[in-house]
Design a protein. Structure first.
Length: 127
């Protein structure tokens, strides 16, 4: 089942495991989500509350940023990508409406999240 095929209420098996790891505050998965939340909140405040902005996540760059703060052999690009998706689906955000994924010609993925009061509230409630 690809990410695009996920329907509301259905989270693929590998991602459901990450949802549990994040909810149980396991490092580095929870740390990834906390880092992203802080970054998104700062980005949203700069743009001005009451508006909407798109926050883009490049997993490779995110990995470099998080490695400066956390040392873990579990901090791989795959784990970061799965943590991001588990966070988005666990927060009950909807693909296309609240976020979308793009793929570069080289196969790398970027995640684009529409940040507004509603989506930020859903993500904050998840953790």
């Amino acid at each position: 089942m690809s990410v695009s095929e996920v329907r509301i209420g259905e989270i693929p098996i590998p991602l459901i495991n990450y949802v549990h790891l994040i909810r149980n505050r396991k490092s580095p998965y929870y740390d990834i989500v906390q880092f992203l939340l802080k970054e998104m909140e700062m980005h949203y405040e700069k743009v001005g509350q009451g508006s909407e902005t798109v926050y883009t996540i490049n997993p490779r760059i995110l990995q470099e940023e998080i490695e400066k703060k956390i040392e873990s052999e579990k901090l791989t690009t795959l784990n970061i990508c799965r943590s991001i998706l588990a966070f988005l689906y666990g927060s009950k955000l909807h693909e296309e409406k609240d976020f979308y994924v793009t793929t570069t010609s080289g196969g790398r993925r970027n995640y684009h999240i529409k940040i507004n009061a509603h989506t930020l509230n859903l993500m904050l409630r998840f953790v």
